[in-house]
Design a binder for this molecule. Structure first.
Ligand code: SF4
Length: 296
């Protein structure tokens, strides 16, 4: 039995039942992939359903205004993704649904990972989307590296060709790897429970405790922080947007103390203005002389 077949058997019994795994609709798959960028699966589940209720098709989403998509995205964070997704829908409505990975990649905002994911999950293409989870698992199985990094992606992509079967449910292999990565092949893997234990060149090393588990596997965040503020700017920008979403319009003079209890006009006013400027540049807000509103 090949490694992929063993993995798929395990996946049939233990894989997660996620709503976007019950569809092959490219629109629904793309929505899930964009939401899953930087957001946890459990959180996405809730928003995925309500988003599809409000925007069930490419066409409905393409026709939505900035304000509508910003409101519908409320709570998911990284709000620029909402406008980007709407713009992708406009592209597809105008040019048709892409048929190849290269065509998906030609849409603004869709990178190699998302293009491969939509091609595999919606269009049953034999391709491997590589994210941190897939890199970790395949780096171990295919390259015998307990901890691979970004530089290994080309080799992993090349070797993945031998891992993916030519027949059967090869398009489900990446989903099975995601689940293995989440449940068993984690940073500190539980190789005893792994269906690929006998095929994995690093299993023995992990089982005998010969691998040093790194303290941090992801680089420290480079997000901007203002002075001694508790959170990165991203959190305060989210608070500004939330205020405007909830109140329709907000007076510019009130914003500082409303988003930060420790706001100090002398040291923080320019910082708040800078964040508002960025939100306006990203088309998430619009500003008059005295007030902020959502863009049309
Ligand atoms: S045997 Fe261990 S290291 Fe290898 S794939 Fe399974 S869990 Fe990961």
């Amino acid at each position: 039995m090949t490694r992929a077949v063993k993995l798929l058997r395990w996946y049939r019994r233990h894989g997660r039942d996620l709503p976007w795994r019950r569809t092959r609709n490219p629109y629904r798959i793309l929505v899930s992939e964009i939401m899953l960028q930087q957001t946890q699966v459990d959180r996405v589940k809730k928003y995925y359903r309500s988003w599809l209720k409000q925007f069930p098709t490419w066409k409905k989403l393409a026709a939505a205004s900035n304000a509508e998509v910003i409101r519908a995205w409320a709570g998911l964070g990284y709000n620029r993704r909402a406008l980007a997704l709407r713009d992708m829908a406009r592209h597809v409505t105008k040019n048709g649904v892409p048929k190849t990975e290269t065509e998906w990649k030609s849409i603004k905002g869709i990178g190699p990972y998302t293009a491969a994911a939509v091609s595999a999950f919606a269009q049953k293409k034999r391709t491997m989307p590589i994210d941190t989870n897939i890199r970790r698992v395949l780096g171990r199985i295919l390259l015998a590296k307990p901890y691979s990094d970004l530089k290994d992606d080309d080799r992993i992509a090349k070797e993945a060709e031998s891992f993916l079967p030519h027949r059967g449910h090869f398009y489900e292999v990446p989903q099975a790897i995601f689940d293995l990565a989440t449940m068993i092949c984690t940073k500190k893997p539980e190789c005893m429970r792994c269906p690929l234990r006998r095929d994995c060149p690093v299993a023995e090393r992990f089982l005998s405790g010969r691998v040093r588990i790194p303290k941090r596997s992801t680089p420290k965040s480079k997000e901007r922080h203002h002075r001694d503020k508790r959170y990165p700017d991203r959190i305060y920008r989210g608070r500004i947007l939330k205020l405007v979403r909830e109140q329709d319009e907000v007076s510019l003079s009130n914003i500082g103390p409303l988003i930060d209890k420790t706001f100090d006009k002398t040291h923080d006013q320019a910082w708040v203005e800078y964040m508002i400027k960025r939100l306006c540049q990203d088309n998430l807000l619009q500003k008059t002389k005295t007030r902020l509103t959502l863009p049309l």
